[in-house]
Design a protein around this ligand. Structure first.
Ligand SMILES: Cc1cc2nc3c(=O)[nH]c(=O)nc-3n(C[C@H](O)[C@H](O)[C@H](O)COP(=O)(O)OP(=O)(O)OC[C@H]3O[C@@H](n4cnc5c(N)ncnc54)[C@H](O)[C@@H]3O)c2cc1C
Length: 154
């Protein structure tokens, strides 16, 4: 299989993996940034760790490294505009409040534990130090290159 064909098939296969949508955010000094990410996972319970795959050129990356801390907001259904905004397609009135996305399903406040190389991305590991739970409800889901709804309960 040629490299181009493998890459296309890789992207197509990965588009078939359903994922929740998060916004990873960090502040250092006066600068604060957020970025939409689906490459998020719960990594460990003892200690509580999460991991994110973040593109090496993302502006949030040097910020979270400098701050040694970041937050992850788990988006709920209806927050498509928030996701689009923090993916580089700005929407009016969208921003961060107290370092996180307001109205998210949950927010994890993390201390930076490690950053590992991962091709053109970095695997960012955070130790969860504080949590905020919003009202329970359906999540924002990304699948097959679009936002989807979870049938809940199935
Ligand atoms: C569904 C989806 C999933 C994605 N998953 C991943 C993933 O897992 N990993 C990954 O690396 N990329 C992922 N991306 C791509 C990623 O979101 C974009 O490449 C990224 O936003 C670009 O970041 P940047 O550093 O270039 O831009 P930035 O300029 O840092 O930020 C992107 C946008 O957020 C706005 N913004 C940033 N900070 C603030 C602030 N404090 N207040 C208000 N607005 C602000 C900016 O104006 C800009 O429009 C995903 C994109 C989508 C749509």
């Amino acid at each position: 299989m040629g490299e181009g064909e493998l890459k296309d098939l890789f992207k197509e296969a990965m588009s078939r993996f359903a994922a929740g949508v998060t916004v990873v955010s960090a502040r250092h000094g006066e600068e604060e940034r957020g970025m939409t990410a689906t490459a998020f996972m719960s990594l460990s319970l003892e200690p509580p760790l999460v991991a994110l795959g973040i593109w090496q050129g993302a502006k949030v990356l040097p910020l979270l490294e400098a701050a040694q801390a970041f937050a992850v907001s788990l988006l709920r259904e209806g927050q498509e505009g928030v996701s689009e905004h923090f993916a580089g397609r700005p929407r009016d009135g969208v921003g961060l409040t107290a370092g996180r996305v307001e109205g998210a399903l949950a927010v994890l406040r993390c201390r930076l534990e490690a950053v590992y190389p991962g091709g053109d991305h970095r695997l960012v590991v955070g130790r969860v130090e504080a949590l905020e739970l919003g009202e329970m409800g359906p999540p924002l889901v990304y699948f097959a290159r679009g936002y989807r709804r979870l049938v809940w309960p199935s």
